[in-house]
Write a protein that binds this ligand. Structure first.
Ligand code: CUA
Length: 344
């Protein structure tokens, strides 16, 4: 039993050490004042927890050692009952600790509840198993990857179209449930440019763990370029035979569910693919946006992501899927590149 658990731990730590994905979701390396408050609170709570652990295990060890059976002692040791001073002390100290933690928590909650001035609003909608983003007042939307300008406060209004999800970019802000028919809110100000990992945090079906997303924090200048590009977006005309073939196949097979701005494709069931070529990931934050992942995704989405609502397209050959991949990768806003950003 003990040996088994040691082996398990060693395997776990080795796995962590050798893991390919070096991204660590870490609220102690905050990129927002929101998480700095949470981190500060965590340090206090941990300090008290360590103190209590030390005192309790210390007292227990002391008692066991001091009152252990010695030599050939017989019968019960001398019995005593009650110690008023000790009992008052162990009532007052924990009460004080709770009052202090309450005060610190209330302070952090008040600080984090303050609505920032001049914030932009993004509406987040959860679907099994992806996310839709609509920028209020800008007339643009995107899926799975939320692009935000650095240093600008954002209010995120969250809801769901099917069942309860939870939107959680851990390095930026706490999680918030996405509930059908209800709007919940979060707000924060991203302070560092980078690509932030996000994850659905409410069990929502077979691909709950695969319902990921990214928040891409860029300079104000790059964000303005994105907004202009998205507002004026017209899907570019295919520049080669493969892309043209892909465009035709896309209209036949994909347009009923997906929208591409400026084309006949206006489906609203699946993610908006207007600037899919700018995405860093495919499958709702699951894999790098390359043909290696994109082609199997197009051909048999539930085969690579259990429970995916996109049906398999058995009639598509590998070449067909390659053509569709070429077409949707050509759908991009020029001059936007997120590849060099640090990852959090
Ligand atoms: Cu959506 Cu878990």
């Amino acid at each position: 039993m003990l040996r088994g658990s040691i082996v398990l731990w060693v395997a776990l730590l080795l796995g962590l050490a050798l893991g390919q994905d070096t991204r660590v979701v870490n609220i102690l390396d905050p990129s927002t004042s929101y998480n700095r408050e949470v981190g500060r609170l965590l340090v206090w709570v941990m300090a008290f927890a360590v103190l209590i652990f030390g005192v309790v295990t210390g007292a227990l060890t002391y008692t066991v050692v001091k009152f252990r059976k010695r030599g050939n002692e017989q019968g019960e040791p001398p019995q005593f009952h009650g110690n008023d001073r000790l009992e008052i002390l162990w009532t007052i100290i924990p009460t004080l600790i709770i009052v202090i933690i309450f005060g610190l928590t209330a302070q952090s909650m008040i600080a984090n509840a303050k609505l920032p001035a001049g914030a932009m609003t993004v509406k987040v909608t959860g679907y099994q198993f992806w996310w839709d983003y609509e920028y209020e007042g800008l007339g643009i939307r995107n899926s799975n990857e939320l692009i935000l300008p650095v240093g600008k406060p954002v209010i995120v209004e969250i809801t769901s179209k099917d069942i309860i999800h939870s939107w959680w970019p851990a390095s930026l802000v706490g999680k918030q449930d996405a509930i059908p028919g209800v709007t919940t809110r979060l707000h924060f100000t991203p302070e560092k440019e980078g690509i932030y990992y996000g994850q659905c945090a409410e069990l929502c079906g077979a691909s709950h763990a695969n319902m990921r997303f990214r928040v891409i924090v860029v300079s104000q200048e790059a964000f303005d370029r994105f907004v202009r590009g998205a507002q004026n977006y017209r899907a570019p005309e295919p520049q080669d035979a493969l892309t043209r073939q892909g465009q035709g196949l896309f209209q036949q097979n994909c347009a009923a569910c997906h929208a591409v701005k400026g084309t006949a494709a206006q489906g609203v069931i699946g993610p908006d693919l207007s600037y899919f070529g700018n995405r860093t990931t495919v499958g709702s934050g699951l894999w790098e946006n390359t043909d290696t992942y994109l082609i199997p995704w197009i051909k048999n989405s539930p085969g690579v992501k259990p429970g995916s609502k996109m049906p398999p397209f058995a009639q598509l050959s590998d070449d067909d899927a390659k053509a569709i991949a070429a077409y949707i990768k050509s759908l991009r806003i020029e001059g936007l590149d997120f590849q060099g950003l640090p990852q959090f």
